[in-house]
Each structure stands twice: as C-alpha cells, then as structure tokens.
Design a protein around this ligand. Structure first.
Ligand SMILES: Nc1ncnc2c1ncn2[C@@H]1O[C@H](COP(=O)(O)OP(=O)(O)OP(=O)(O)O)[C@@H](O)[C@H]1O
Ligand SMILES: [Mg+2]
Length: 312
C-alpha cells in the first residue's frame, strides 16, 4: 500500500447495503478534518446521512459545512448536468438550447448509466476544482459509493465509455476519470463489511472485482459492528455453574441464556473475522458495535478515534 489514508485525495467507501458505509464516510471525514484536511463527503443522489450525524439538515447540491473543515454534498444528476453543461458551453442560453432540447433529454434518459456517469463526473470535478490561486479547493473527497453491484457498475462507467469511444472530448474526460480512479497516489478504496455470512461473501467478491474489473487501489477493510469479547475461559466455565440457582429461580436461567446467546454470537463473529483475514488481503480494522440508543455524533466520534488509532 502506498502511503496512508491521510495522503489521499479521492477516498471511496464501498460495501454491501446497510453495512455502515455512510457511518464510515462520516468517521473518516471527521478524522481527516481533524488532521487539517479540508474534506468533503459526497453522497450520490441518495437519502442523505452525512449531515444528520452532525445535527445538520440535508446539504443538497450546495456543499454545507457540517463540522469544522468538513463538508457534505448530495450529488444529484440534474444540477450536476446543468453545472457541467455551463462549464463546457459557458452561456446559459447555449446550454438551454443544447440540454433543454427534447431530443437531448430523451437521449440522456435512454443511454444507460448516463445519469450515474454525471454523478461520478461531479465527484471527479471536486478533485479537479482549484481556487483562483491554483490550490485545490478540497484536500480530500470521500465518496459514499452505492451498494456492491451498483457501486461496481458506477465505478466501471469510465471504462465502459472508453471501450465504445476512444477519441473526442467525452473520451478525454472519462479517461481522466479512469486515471484518477486507478491512481494509487491519489485514490484509495476502502471496503466495509460486517462479521456476518452474507456481508462476508459479498466483501470477498467485491474485493476481487475491485482488482480484476476496476483496478482501483485498495486501502483498508473496515469490519463494522464487532461485539466486545465478553467471555474468556474463566467466564465460560462460570456460565455452566448456575444450575442450582436456575432451578430456584427461572429468571436466572433466562438471564444466563441471554448471556450465552451473546457469547455464541461473538464466537460466530470470530469465525467470520478469521474468514475475512484469510480471504481479503488488506489491513483490517475492527470497529466495535456501539450499544447506543442514539446513533449520532458521539458514535461517529468514537469510531473516528478508533480508525485514527488503528491507522497510526
Ligand atoms: N458500529 C455500529 N454500532 C452500532 N450501530 C451501527 C454501527 N454502524 C452503523 N450502525 C447503525 O447502522 C445504521 C446503518 O448504517 P449506514 O447508514 O452507515 O449503512 P450504509 O452501508 O451506508 O447503508 P446503505 O447501504 O443503506 O447506504 C446506522 O444508521 C446506525 O444506526
Ligand atoms: Mg449509506
């Protein structure tokens, strides 16, 4: 792996649906912001999560500061296309002529992946964006990728377009996108998983596809939701010694059954952690399951510090 997370400019977070991708984006974003990086979390046309962890309303298409040095944006296809069109065509009037033309609209609706390509294009532009003095506007862009299969198709779009058209302005644009995605100096894709059967299967598959299809440099495997190690040998031995008490009071038996279930679950998790360690050759970071009633800033803060500890 070439240098660390904090040296990257384009950080992608990918994984199965519901495993905690948005949570990790927020935690990584907070970590980068604290390290002095002007960071933006890019959510792709989805129900926003990032601002809510920080007690802020939706950001929409205008980057909103959600923490000191940390911003978020929800990239939507219409404003992204509008912005892109204006950038290339310079004049609103010409833009309207070209893009608000019915045939063009139909074309955009018909070409599969066109909307997604525009989302990726905007994220790419965040990386390219410069101030008047020529400095990057953003030190780090964190992309909250769509779940597994959709994520792979999205990140593959630049290659797909290049396969059908190798020349012209569109090709130059997507070639630059592909080059960014495959550049180990700037880009790092992190996988998020859970120590459970289906997420582990998908993670192994996704990890292989990132190499074979996408060729995007990988960083960390973040294993989310790991239970605390509750019971060592001594505690396990103790659990078997409560028969007399259980016989006297059924509630004790039920309480012990709960504890045994937790211990059993942790043992299952260990099996999946071992499988991930065998099958995914990446530095793995275990993120604890947080037993909190409100999963908000405090949870993100805890996870962020855990990630920072593990990475340094
Ligand atoms: N370490 C954790 N401990 C406890 N709960 C967690 C943890 N990580 C995530 N969660 C819970 O799981 C929810 C879903 O996480 P998150 O939104 O990050 O998943 P996701 O992968 O982005 O989902 P989607 O695929 O739907 O975008 C969080 O809102 C939070 O309530
Ligand atoms: Mg999400």
């Amino acid at each position: 792996m070439s240098s660390g997370f904090l040296d990257k400019r384009f950080v992608i977070v990918a994984g199965k649906g519901g495993v905690g991708k948005s949570t990790m984006c927020a935690a990584l974003g907070l970590m980068a912001a604290r390290a002095g990086k002007r960071t933006i979390i890019a959510e792709l046309n989805t129900r926003e999560k990032a601002p809510h962890f920080f007690g802020k309303p939706d950001s929409g298409y205008d980057a909103q500061e959600i923490w000191e040095n940390l911003y978020s944006i929800n990239i939507q296809p219409e404003p992204a296309l509008h912005e892109y069109g204006l950038m290339k065509l310079k004049f609103e009037r010409v833009f309207k002529l070209v893009f608000e033309n019915e045939a063009m609209q139909r074309l955009l609706r018909m070409v599969p992946g066109m909307n997604e390509l525009i989302l990726l294009g905007k994220a790419f532009n965040l990386e390219r964006e410069r101030t008047r003095r020529g400095d990057p506007v953003w030190d780090m862009i964190i992309v909250d990728a769509p779940a597994t299969g959709h994520g792979v198709s999205l990140l593959r779009l630049p290659q797909v377009v290049l396969e059908v058209s190798r020349t012209g302005p569109m090709a130059d644009e997507v070639r630059a996108m592909r080059d960014l995605l495959q550049d180990p100096a700037r880009t790092m894709l992190n996988l998020v998983s859970l120590p459970e059967e289906m997420p582990v299967k998908e993670t192994i598959m996704l990890s292989e596809q990132v190499d074979s299809i996408l060729q995007i440099p990988k960083g960390y495997l973040l294993v989310n939701g790991v239970f605390p190690e509750l019971a060592g040998q001594e505690e396990r031995a103790l659990l078997g010694t409560f028969e007399a008490a259980t016989a006297a009071d059924g509630r004790i038996g039920r309480a012990i059954a709960c504890i045994e279930a937790m211990v059993g679950r942790r043992d299952l998790q260990q099996g999946y952690l071992d499988e991930l360690a065998r099958r995914v050759a990446l530095p793995a970071i275990e993120v604890p399951y947080l037993f909190e009633r409100e999963f908000g800033f405090d949870a993100i803060d805890t996870i962020s510090r855990r990630l920072a500890d593990a990475m340094t």
